[in-house]
Structure formats: C-alpha cells, structure tokens
Design a binder for this molecule. Structure first.
Ligand code: GAR
Length: 196
C-alpha cells in the first residue's frame, strides 16, 4: 500500500478535496494508495475535524512547544519526521501547511514531498499572494502544485491552474476563485503521481 500523509495548518479544504477524490476514484483499488494520516502543527486547525469525519487518523505536532529548544525549527521538524515516518509514507502532501521547512526535512522526503501554492509560481512565492497579484495589476492569477525543494515555494512544477483577476477583486474574492481550482488540480496531480 502507498501511504499518503497530509500536513495541514488550517481549514484543510485541499486535504478534504484530496480525501474525497481518493474515495470517489477508489485510489485504494486503482493505485493501492490510501490517506493514512493528517497531521497539523496547530491543535486548533479546523481541518482536523474534517479528517476525523472521513475516518482518517489525525495527529498534532504543535510547533509552539519547541520554542525553547536550542534550534526550534530543527527540533520541530525532527519530531514531525518521527510522527510522519510511523506511516511509512510514499507521499507527503503539504496542504496549507504554513511552516518553513528545514533542508533536513526536505532532503528526508526527497521525491516524496509535494506542495500547493496559491500563485502561478515562480511569481509570488511566500505570503499574501493574492494581494500582491492584485497590487501588481496581474490580469491572471492561479495556483501551482510542485515538488518541494529546499527553497521556499520552489521545485519542479507538476500542475497549474489559471483564473482571471477581476477589476473589483479583493484578496478574499481572488483567493476563493483560486481555491476552487486548487481543489481540482491537487487531487488530479496526486493521482498522476500515484499512477506513475
Ligand atoms: C491554500 O490556498 C494553499 O494554496 C495555501 O494555503 C491555503 C490553505 O487552504 N498554501 C500556502 O500558501 C502555502 N505556501 P486549505 O487549508 O483550505 O487547504
């Protein structure tokens, strides 16, 4: 079985879309693949409840509890790896996981780590992508599914979706338009990876 572990920090709508698609397309039968765990760095992440509703195991590795470590980032990523590796994942899926990962973490999951970012990378890596796209006068925005390299929001592109930026768009209205596309391209990109 190819185990899939999904990492979230918040509402988990991409995670929800992936689990729904996995069920609808019967990934267990077609790809011998299964979402085995959803892990959040925030105990309050709304997505944890959604995952539980789908019958998926959830865990929390709270990054704030590592604040006093000599190297908090390394300490958190080491604890996270330990948790993830209990599921022997074929794929680790970042779905709104709002943490900067250490090179150690990225190297550990080389070729097994994918992310979705709400912009047409390489434009607008980092935060506030929709506001920045509007301010830059972009006519189009979108989302990118990519393999993860050590540099933030970089790595080989697996899929992209493009949406128009409307004249009266706010960051929120643009985010909502992009998010509906994320829910389509992320499950599709994962299915393609599982197929190969
Ligand atoms: C999504 O728009 C995702 O692309 C973005 O966070 C949102 C999470 O929504 N990710 C990043 O900005 C990562 N750099 P969700 O929790 O509802 O899936």
């Amino acid at each position: 079985m190819k185990n899939i572990v999904i990492l979230i920090s918040g509402s988990g709508s991409n995670m929800d879309a992936i689990i729904r698609c996995a069920k609808a397309q019967n990934w267990e039968m077609h790809f011998k693949a299964k979402v085995t765990a959803v892990i959040s760095n925030r105990p309050s992440a709304k997505g944890l409840g959604l995952a539980q509703d789908h019958g998926v195991t959830t865990e929390v590795v709270d990054h704030t509890t590592f604040a006093n470590a000599t190297n908090p980032r390394e300490a958190f990523d080491t604890a996270l790896i330990k948790e993830i590796d209990q599921h022997a994942p074929a794929l680790v899926v970042l779905a709104g996981f709002m943490r900067i990962l250490t090179p150690m973490f990225v190297a550990h999951y080389a070729e097994r780590l994918v992310n979705i970012h709400p912009s047409l990378l390489p434009a607008f890596p980092g935060l506030h992508t929709h506001q920045r796209a509007i301010e830059a006068g972009c006519k189009f925005a979108g989302a990118t599914v990519h393999r993860v390299s050590a540099e933030l929001d970089h790595g080989p592109i697996l899929a992209q979706a493009v949406v128009p930026v409307m004249k009266d768009d706010t960051p929120e209205s643009l985010a909502a338009r992009v998010l509906t596309q994320e829910h389509l391209i992320y499950p599709a990109a994962i299915a393609k990876l599982l197929e190969s």
